[in-house]
Ligand binder design. Structure first.
Ligand code: HGY
Ligand code: MN
Ligand code: MN
Length: 412
């Protein structure tokens, strides 16, 4: 039975991890940044050396293909892929595994002259982590990005998308060109680490994803009054930090107690302004995200948390501004792709478990335009979005062979 080269797969994963690699391990590789652009050039070189036809679209998505040089409705492509951007101080496998495994599968197919009936391609989607806009590259490809939105798209530290794109040699005005023609993707399957503990704790080798969670993010800006931290009498202070802190605790409690049994929430970004120990915080901004596979639950929780924020602001003589920043749609995965993965695992003798993804992925955009599915492998200790993220090399090889035969099955 055809199988991939684990040595070549490991070599490429190691080489990719060096772009933005951190001294103590892990990676920071923001889309459009210098480390990312070096990684992009390296990836294009590896794809060409593997015998693939390559191109980059207006949104910076990188493609390597067998039997195609563009997307068209006349010759739908069986697509795999993931992302090579990372969160700050992230792991070396989140996203990178799916791109490098996809490249390995296509090279194995080229070398075996086992070219299936349909064209095959592997994608590296831009800014999956959403530093500038959630699931940016695959959203531009599947749904299109409104050009009017582009000037405002920015990272939480204020860096603007249009500026970083231009610095990387891309024209933001060409992003709308990335939208693929309807019917151009025959199906999509993505290999990814689970990023959680379920497969490892169950002792299961392969996860077959049934649905992908929706994520809603909003910026909450609490306005109080900057004041002298020594001379201002305590009862007269309008401390924006205390409002934000109370909101963080009450919103978390609300999502945990009033959400579904899989609702989760997080506040990972907080800015205090002016930000000196001897000034009562005049303004505090936080980014609040919540996740659930059910859009109705997300909508209810978001409305209820907005009311909590407004109540706290009233009680503390503050003003609160709420700016929704992103809302990804929970997506079911294709039963056909799930069955294909199951059948392949049966042939290869790997144990499987159907599960939903508590992480967001590009596959949830692809699910809007084609039959899309995901293959998970276990994460050691369920660790991800941290520098010690890792998976067993045998699990990486198993997952890549499952991807290979799933592509051959759905591409046949
Ligand atoms: O945040 C997520 O769920 C994914 O890692 N982008
Ligand atoms: Mn991630
Ligand atoms: Mn990812």
């Amino acid at each position: 039975m055809l199988s991939i080269s684990a040595t070549r797969l490991t070599r490429r994963l190691t080489e990719l991890s060096r772009f933005g690699g951190l001294p103590g391990g892990g990676v920071t590789r923001h889309c459009w940044g210098s480390a990312y652009e070096e990684a992009r050039a390296w990836l294009l070189g590896e794809m060409r050396a593997a015998g693939l036809t390559t191109w980059v679209d207006g949104a910076g998505n990188v493609f390597g293909a067998i039997g195609a040089d563009r997307f068209s409705a006349e010759r739908p492509i069986v697509l795999t892929g993931s992302h090579i951007d990372t969160v700050p101080e992230g792991g070396t496998l989140d996203g990178a595994l799916g791109v490098i495994a996809g490249l390995e599968c296509l090279q194995t197919i080229v070398e075996a002259k086992a070219t299936p009936r349909r064209p095959l391609a592997v994608a590296a989607w831009s800014d999956e982590e959403g530093r500038y806009g959630s699931l940016f590259g695959s959203r531009a490809f599947c749904k299109g990005i409104d050009p009017a939105q582009m000037p405002e798209m920015a990272a939480v530290d204020g860096e603007k998308l249009v500026d970083v794109m231009r610095r990387a040699g891309f024209d933001p005005a060409r992003v709308p060109e990335a939208k693929a023609p309807a019917g151009a993707v025959a199906s999509y399957v993505e290999l990814h680490i689970e990023q959680g503990p379920r497969l490892e704790e169950a002792g299961v080798e392969i996860g077959i994803v049934q649905a992908i969670v929706g994520v809603r993010r909003s910026r909450f800006i609490f306005h109080g009054q900057a004041d002298h931290a020594g001379t201002t009498p305590m009862p007269r202070r309008r401390d924006a930090f205390l409002g934000a802190a109370e909101y963080a605790l009450r919103a978390r409690e609300h999502v945990v107690t009033r959400g579904s049994d899989v609702s989760v929430t997080n506040i990972g970004v907080v800015y205090v302004h002016p930000g000196a120990s001897n000034i009562v915080p005049g303004r505090v901004e936080l980014v609040h995200e919540m996740r659930d596979p059910d859009p109705a639950v997300l909508e209810r929780l978001w409305n209820e948390c907005r009311d909590i924020a407004e109540r706290i602001a009233g009680e503390r003589q503050l003003r609160v501004e709420i700016r929704p920043t992103s809302a990804t749609v929970p997506a079911p995965c294709s039963p056909n792709v799930q069955s294909a993965i199951e059948a392949v695992c049966g042939k290869l003798g790997f144990s499987t478990q159907r599960m939903y993804s508590a992480a967001g992925h590009d596959a949830q955009n692809l699910a809007a335009v084609t039959e899309a599915g995901m293959i998970f492998i276990p994460s050691v200790g369920g660790k991800s979005h941290r520098t010690d993220e890792t998976s067993d090399p045998r699990a990486i090889e198993r997952g890549t062979n499952v991807l290979l035969h799933t592509l051959l099955t759905i591409g046949a």
